[in-house]
Design a protein around this ligand. Sequence first.
Ligand code: GLN
Length: 486
Amino acid sequence: MSAQHLFPPIRELAEEVRAKRTSALDQARTALNAIRRADFGAEGLNAFISYDAARAEAAAAAVDAAVAAGGDGLALAGVPVAIKDNICTLDLPTTCGSRILEGYRSPYDATVVRRLRAAGAVVVGKTNLDEFAMGSSTENSAFGPTRNPFDLARVPGGSSGGSAAAVAAGVVPAALGSDTGGSVRQPAALCGVVGIKPTYGRVSRYGLVAFASSLDQVGTFGRTVADAAALLEVISGPDPLDSTCADRAVPAFGRELERDAQGLVVGVPKEYFPPELDGRIARLCREALERLRAAGATVREISLPHTRYAIPTYYIIAPAEASSNLARYDGVRYGLRAPGADATLAVYEVTRSLGFGAEVKRRIMLGTYALSAGYYEQYYGRAQRVRALIAQDFRRAFQDGVDVIFTPTTPSVAFRIGEKTEDPYQMYLADIFTVTANLAAVPGLSLPIGRVDGLPVGAQVLADRWNEAGMIRAAAALERALRGAP
Ligand code: GLN
């Protein structure tokens, strides 16, 4: 299956709605019908955990009413969007792909959701994910795996696999995900769409269920750089409800889209082209770089020497923070409470045994160990110091005059469902090229650069902190150069 292009580019769609040539209600119905058609049954994508047609239609009708009342400032008027199910919404359950949140309803919308709605977007459903965003394939979901629209026997990547698959299948024009170590960029690559992880602190985390607080960011999916950037522009910016969200003005990302690659300096880190990288992906990367060069960019080899420590560093820090964040699921405050236990400790134990899946338990054990008295310095403390070195690698590269860094997004194309589930370490390696951006707090974007055996391949564009504008400019220029490809 390939994208069915039910929707025009987002800016056009919103313009059509504002001009009343179509309605938000029609657009919402198109998306809801596509969900019903594509998502369920043996051949379905299983990209959605929940949707509520009546509420989505009511929200869409409200947007149409706002347009009729002269609300022409709505940047995303009538744009149907899907939201990863670890982002809180008032009108739909928030499950995090976990049994432990069974029956939970958030009493508020996440800031990102509130901003999308205020811009006229219509939330049509919540998407599947690895439990608490831990994973790279969307197989660790209590609601079953999502399938890749390009090959139903393969994973869409993860953890935001539902959002990526929904955009790739054309069910919605855009979606939100979250990216702690690659969970937006990696599924974007494996599903042939664009995914953006902003600079840490660009986007509010208020209402994003915490996995690893120092790494988590909400990110966006779209079919093109323009579409993913349009959503990013709306959700970015300071939020008094999140103290880690920076007090920084948001540049107009849309202005970067038409700029060319003339004078752009692109760094290519040699550490991101190891022997394990699929040779056909390496070739597509070289061809993409050739196109950028032809469009006026300078391409330069660089080194990010601490790259090889990224996976071990990430898998200390992320589980450590996760073990602390997940302590709140105690059978008392949220969702599930296992029946049959009455003593307090037994309630915790039975609820958490039943409610969490295997990967979440693995992370809690890893993290609790790394944080335990006597080991804290040896593991968490040391990982934080290595993290600083990884961030320094990036800082130096950008200080040396590189505007953006270009890498493959993933070492392989989408793998088969079940292929890596028995071997967590192999699964962790699926994020080998993406975790560094989270550790260094820099923005990253994945865009499609071609196919191998009919399966999408993505390239990653990284930029210095707060330079989403430069990253979007480079990615849009590359996208245009590739479109001109023979
Ligand atoms: N795959 C990585 C992990 O399992 C990253 C997940 C994410 O970015 N949320 O932790």
